[in-house]
Design a protein around this ligand. Sequence first.
Ligand code: 5GP
Length: 209
Amino acid sequence: MTVPGLLIIISGPSGTGKGTICKALLQHRPDIYYSISATTRSPRDGEQDGISYHFKSKEEFEEMLDHDEFLEWARVYDNYYGTPKAPVAEAIAAGRDVILEIDVQGALKVKEKAPEGIYIFVAPPSVEVLRSRIVGRATDSMEIINKRMDKVLGEMSKLNEYNYIVINDVLAQAVNKVESIIEAEKCRTQRHRFMPDGGPQAALVVPKL
Ligand code: 5GP
């Protein structure tokens, strides 16, 4: 019997370093399936189609929407972002843990469908640190930077919807915390059942996607 993988949502305001944490985590844990989102935004330098994102035109994205291909989708700033449903469901059914790295509105939508997911909020050490990270990235115009900063405070207020908070101050420590959360989740009593003839066994907790 295959024990289904965990659905892990790594979320939080833009610029908190969610992506960097995920990249570092995947180097330790290549067994984890990282969900590749579809987006209508243009690739940044060094981003490759099918690796960073599935880059789509607005029409292609809308067609995917019409075919109900997304687990969730959101308009983030002026672009669409969405999590393709089928690869996530397939990976979980095959026993792989899955990470969704998505924004706060997307995470809350996934939570409505799959409350048994593990919701991790990645927070900056302070709002000022966040601002300097977004400015330092130097890929966005001032207008976009200001829009992003405006959103941060509202997103921070959703913290209580999540199961865990990881403050991304020192990257290695943040990655360690996420790994520890995943390990602890696998030890939850609720994820096991007692087999009278064989002892405790990991049980089927399958998110309904
Ligand atoms: P960026 O354009 O900087 O790569 O991403 C902007 C924001 O969109 C980030 O907060 C990122 O986590 C979020 N994002 C990326 N993919 C998805 C997705 O599939 N769904 C949602 N809701 N947000 C996403």
